[in-house]
Design a protein around this ligand. Structure first.
Ligand SMILES: C[S@@+](CC[C@H](N)C(=O)[O-])C[C@H]1O[C@@H](n2cnc3c(N)ncnc32)[C@H](O)[C@@H]1O
Length: 215
């Protein structure tokens, strides 16, 4: 399924994702906080510590990375789902943080070329319909030398876990467009980024990527 193709039933992938995430929004924080404890621990802090300058967070969701960005960066959040975005706006207000939010599609970022020093994206390239297109857009909006910071769950290096992920995603792809056997690193390389730092955790099912757009 690509960003331009139609999903089952004639619904376009981005429209489907918007519908799925609007529905999931009220329960998302509770659900993901459990997985942050057992699966993604330290990932949001890792990402925040590496952000600098003008930061664009793609698929910002309910804004769970916002508390982890340094005070001296400016943050813009793009998100497909208005319901997720409404929660992110409230979180930013509660934090007293001035964040520029905009509804938009990661595959067609509503941002100018070379307009950000850092692009961050967490736990979303697993569900964005065309992750290669989104990574291409992230590169376009970064300044030369700008940082790409990714955190996501990916295919395990351990065959029994990989098999379970493959079976599980037979259900989740159909139900919610959620993939468990993707890996973003080859896409980041293919897009022409230079890798600075990568790390795999949790039987290889979680990957952190820090790359730069060549100057
Ligand atoms: C699992 S949530 C992650 C949210 C947030 N990044 C976090 O770390 O908690 C995935 C998010 O990706 C968003 N999303 C999916 N497809 C998208 C697209 N094409 N453009 C922008 N956001 C998208 C969903 O609306 C949802 O908020």
């Amino acid at each position: 399924m690509t960003s331009t193709g139609k999903a089952r039933g004639g619904e376009r992938p981005a429209a489907r994702q918007k519908r799925v995430w609007d529905k999931a929004a009220p329960g998302y924080d509770k659900q993901i906080s459990f997985f942050e404890k057992i699966w993604f621990g330290g990932g949001r802090e890792w990402l925040g510590q590496r952000a600098q300058g003008r930061v664009l967070e793609v698929a910002v969701g309910t804004g769970r990375n916002l508390p982890h960005y340094p005070a001296d960066v400016t943050v813009t959040g793009i998100e497909l789902s208005p319901a997720m975005l409404a929660i992110a706006r409230q979180r930013a207000a509660d934090l007293g943080r001035d964040v520029g939010f905009q509804e938009g599609d990661a595959e067609h970022l509503p941002c100018g070329d070379a307009s950000f020093d850092t692009v961050a994206c967490a736990l979303s390239l697993c569900t964005i319909p065309d992750p290669a297109a989104a990574i291409g857009e992230m590169k376009r909006v970064l300044v030369p030398g700008g940082r790409l910071l990714l955190l996501d769950h990916i295919a395990s290096t351990w065959p029994p876990v990989y098999a379970a992920q493959w079976l599980f995603e037979r259900i989740t792809i159909r139900a919610a467009g959620e993939h468990f056997t993707r890996r973003q690193l080859p896409l980041v390389r293919a897009a022409g980024f230079q890798l600075v730092e990568t790390g795999r955790l949790k039987a290889g099912t979680v990957e952190r990527i820090h790359a730069v757009k060549p100057a």
